[in-house]
Design a protein around this ligand. Structure first.
Ligand SMILES: NC(=O)c1ccc[n+]([C@@H]2O[C@H](COP(=O)([O-])OP(=O)(O)OC[C@H]3O[C@@H](n4cnc5c(N)ncnc54)[C@H](OP(=O)(O)O)[C@@H]3O)[C@@H](O)[C@H]2O)c1
Length: 338
């Protein structure tokens, strides 16, 4: 098989294609001939040495694939052979073959291409957990989606639109027209304007019911302050770390130091709630994830889950694909194709 290996910490040139023997599926696993692999921001952080959950380098990252099952291990359903599937992978997705526990594998909706299917699992499951499961978003409430033009951002827009919430999104200006088309009611450029001032104006100083924040660092404090009474803040990333010029571990420290502590008394007195989401720490809850995936695959059938692939790159151009995201040029997902 061919795999994209992160050979060491550094720039996109640290991604190299290497050959390795095809994996044999272990008991309970299925082997997938991969057609497309989703790229996530975590993969970029891993390459830069900024992702605490990353495997030791050299490593093959990749959390999601779409492809065709060509072999199953003992105990797995033989009937899966030949089926088109979409799967969550605990690394190894940047390959043209991968073996995955059968519990993490789902039938690919026929309406989606392999590229679109590979763009679904991480972004939509994360957004579902943030908005529906933990954020309890309801019709008529307001939601602020930071980085609304990213993979998770667009997934969150689909879900918030389905719920019937009023959607505010922050993103670079070039993405605004597309975001408004996808269902955002107000788009804000957080790089040229103070989004908190804008949100306060747009809500007549009431604040927001639910905010999802992947930036981390000082932005978290700002997001917390922008909540209205009974508001919820879901934190799920540290993108801010990539913007710092400090060396790896110090950058993480800088972002961590910028984050607020939430005192229970302050939470009670402000009637606010804060929570965190890390899909990478949910591997012991595959039944729960499978339930959410079924809801989302139902959403594909009903037409409100619309995975958007901005660009696909072949496996051997994985470095270009990373650079494209780091330059903030993507709107929605970027995928690798085999
Ligand atoms: N906790 C979890 O389980 C989980 C799961 C998935 C993703 N995440 C987190 O969610 C965030 C979005 O992930 P994603 O995979 O959806 O990202 P993505 O599609 O790759 O989006 C990247 C976008 O984020 C924005 N951005 C913000 N800060 C940036 C920076 N310092 N460098 C480059 N781009 C930056 C850029 O758009 P604009 O400038 O236009 O906003 C860029 O286009 C990341 O922080 C990721 O780690 C967390």
């Amino acid at each position: 098989m061919r795999q994209v290996v992160i050979v060491g910490r550094g720039g996109p040139q640290k991604l190299q294609v290497r050959e390795a023997p095809d994996p044999e599926p272990k008991s309970g696993e299925v082997r997938i001939r991969v057609r497309a692999s989703g790229i996530n921001f975590a993969d970029i952080l891993a390459r830069k040495g900024l992702y605490p959950d990353a495997p030791r380098l050299p490593a093959v990252v990749g959390y999601e694939v779409s492809g065709v099952v060509d072999e199953v291990g003992s105990g797995a359903d033989q009937a899966l052979i030949g089926t088109e599937v979409v799967a969550l992978t605990r690394f190894g997705g940047y390959s043209d073959v991968v073996s995955v526990p059968a519990k993490q594998v789902f039938e690919k909706p026929a309406a989606l291409s392999h590229e679109q299917a590979a763009a679904l699992p991480v972004a939509y499951v994360t957004a579902w957990q943030l908005l529906v499961v933990m954020g309890s978003l309801k019709a008529g409430e307001t939601v602020l989606i930071h980085n609304a033009g990213g993979g998770v951002g667009l997934a969150a827009i689909d879900i918030a639109r389905h719920v019937g919430a009023t959607i505010f999104g922050t993103a670079s200006t070039a993405k605004h027209a597309f975001l408004l088309e996808r269902g955002v009611h107000e788009a804000i450029d957080y790089r040229t304007t103070d989004w908190a001032v804008e949100v306060s104006r747009l809500t007549a100083r009431k604040g927001i019911s639910l905010i999802i924040d992947p930036l981390g660092g000082r932005n978290v404090k700002k997001s917390y302050r922008a909540l209205r009474s009974a508001g919820r803040l879901g934190m799920f990333g540290i993108s801010a770390a990539t913007a710092s010029r400090l060396p790896g571990p110090l950058r993480l420290g800088q972002v961590a130091l910028g984050m607020p502590f939430f005192h229970p008394v302050a939470l009670m007195n402000t009637n606010r709630s804060v929570f965190g989401v890390n899909l990478g720490h949910m591997w012991r809850e595959t039944d729960m994830i499978a339930e959410w995936m079924q809801d989302l695959l139902g959403g594909v059938a009903e037409g409100w889950v619309r995975p958007h692939v901005d660009r696909s790159f072949p496996l051997d151009a994985a470095g270009e694909a990373h650079a494209y995201i780091e330059e903030r040029r993507n709107t929605g997902k970027v995928v690798l194709t085999t």
